[in-house]
Ligand binder design. Structure first.
Ligand code: FAD
Length: 479
């Protein structure tokens, strides 16, 4: 009999609770791993091409890391989640699997998928074991004094830190250990390509029938696949740059942030490992209270919200009373201009060009761009959120939803309605020499912003007019 570990967005062997527990006392039960290729599902859920490429390349790396532990990886193909439970069960029955292990994913859609699998497996007498490995503290564990989920980040963060420090493993909870090497199993690893010996990384993109051709290709030089490189980049950031994070993180032309989000998104790195790296390599004695750790807590926060307020999973705003008063414009011309980086507002367009060319956008510019679409072009935040997902290499349902609702002032702990980022003012503050802008919009290099003769489009809106309209609308909604 075997134990089966199902990998999803947790493509790592270290600090992987499902894998770790499956490997305990496994002398009589060989451990095998499985991952599912679901092209139509990916498309339905707006997975960006670069993210799929990155996920697949990391899966290949994971296969090697698992091989070092003597654990074979099998690949199953299912077009959508609908066929997935049956396919998984077929594999489980083929290898006489007695128990299934996996780490929870928190969006409702993924939870439903997992419940269907659990139901089917239970009917066949196969036990399922689930773990919280994608967060540092599981949803439902950080509650206010009345026992409810926090709706505002600052008290959440405070409670999160207190709880973290109270955890039993002192001085701090460490990531789960790498499991020990397993006894031999006769099963061989499979590859998702026809020819198992092909190295995916050498020939991107492999045609796996995934038709989302939008956006950038994965840049393997900037984000090399695999845990070894991810940890090297993590250590490098913590050692060399984390002390400057707070000062530099808002300047998009500077390498002030970690750029580790793609690894966190597909689970090659866990947040717990990031925190452990801070503990091990940061020179800041106060590292636990640093801004970078606060950002990692935001990631947990948005996951906790999805579980506590399930309506968010169905694209409902956290604050429907605000959204009810807003009349989104659904103006295709405006939306297209934003998508294409042709609004005539340089910092917005530069951000969209960065997104198109790399699959990533600096956080400050994500905020400016999302605020611009929702509050100045007055387009529905859901359009922007889906567009981001279709293009981001770090596309993450919870963080993206949170970021968009925050920007549109309809989220939990959202930006106040009167905060409308002025693209001009933001440029003055965070890109004063237009370094970021000229990197992504070479046309605007020599001319002043909005120069009509620079080959840049004319501004798509009258800034002051739209700003006032927007403020009026939001003001009425909250008054
Ligand atoms: P760093 O500043 O180095 O932060 C380290 C890590 O903390 C990040 O990798 C990320 O995992 C986490 N983190 C940082 N900021 C946030 C945040 N505000 N919310 C949640 N987690 C955070 N992040 C995604 O991972 N996926 C998304 O799809 C996504 N969509 C966004 C959409 C909008 C409109 C906005 C405003 C923000 C979005 N973010 C998203 C959050 C943030 O922009 C990115 O996490 C960050 O830019 C990634 O760069 P980094 O790895 O250099 O981050």
């Amino acid at each position: 009999p075997h134990k089966l570990v199902w990998f999803r967005n947790d493509l790592r062997t270290g600090d992987n609770h499902a894998l770790y527990h499956a490997c305990q006392n496994s002398a009589e039960h060989g451990v095998i791993a499985v991952a599912a290729i679901t092209p139509t599902q990916w498309q339905m859920q707006d997975e960006a091409k670069c993210r799929v490429q990155f996920w697949l390349a990391n899966l290949e790396k994971l296969k090697q890391d698992l091989a070092a532990l003597n654990i074979p990886l099998r690949i199953i193909h299912a077009e959508t989640n609908q066929e997935l439970p049956e396919q998984l069960l077929n594999l489980a029955q083929q290898f006489n699997v007695r128990s299934l292990y996996f780490n929870c994913e928190y969006p409702e859609y993924e939870q439903k998928r997992d419940q269907q699998v659990e139901h089917l497996f239970r009917q066949q007498g196969i036990r399922c074991h689930t773990y919280d490995s994608d967060v540092v503290l599981p949803p439902g564990s950080v509650l206010n004094q009345q026992g409810f989920a926090y709706k505002v980040f600052t008290p959440f963060g405070k409670a999160w830190r207190q709880l973290y420090l109270q955890q039993p493993s002192t001085p701090l909870p460490s990531p789960a250990a790498l499991p020990k090497r397993q006894d031999d199993v006769v099963i061989k690893s499979a590859s998702y390509t026809e020819n198992g010996s092909e190295n995916y990384c050498d020939k991107v993109p492999v045609d796996i029938g995934y038709k989302n051709q939008m956006g950038a290709n994965w840049n393997s030089a900037f984000w090399p696949a695999g845990a070894d490189d991810a940890h090297r980049l993590l250590q490098q950031f913590v050692h060399e740059r984390s002390h400057n994070y707070k000062q530099l993180r808002d300047f998009p032309a500077k390498p002030g942030t970690s750029s580790l989000s793609p690894y966190l998104s597909v689970g090659v790195l866990s947040t717990r490992q990031c925190i452990a790296a801070m503990q091990a390599y940061s020179e800041d004695p106060d590292w636990f209270y640093s801004q970078w750790v606060t950002e990692l807590i935001w990631r947990d926060f948005y996951r906790h919200l999805l579980v506590a307020f399930p309506g968010m999973n169905r694209w409902q705003p956290f604050k429907p009373e605000i959204e009810a008063k807003i009349s989104w414009q659904y103006d295709e011309k405006r939306f297209r201009a934003w998508c294409d980086g042709e609004t005539g507002f340089d910092i917005v367009d530069a951000g969209m060009k960065q997104l198109h060319e790399t699959g990533w956008m600096h956080n400050r510019v994500r905020m400016i761009s999302a605020s611009f679409l929702t509050k100045l072009l007055r387009q529905d935040w859901r359009l922007g959120a889906r567009f981001f997902m279709q293009h981001l290499i770090d596309g993450d349902f919870a963080s993206n939803l949170g970021g968009w609702q925050w920007s549109a002032s309809v989220g939990a702990d959202a930006a106040p309605y009167f905060r409308i980022f002025s693209p001009m003012r933001q440029t003055d503050r965070f890109d004063p020499k237009a370094e970021y802008i000229s990197r992504w919009l070479p046309q605007s290099q020599d001319g002043p912003l909005f120069a009509q003769n620079s080959g840049r489009p004319a501004p798509v809106i009258d800034y002051s007019l739209e700003r006032n309209r927007s403020i009026d609308e939001y003001k009425n909604s909250s008054g």
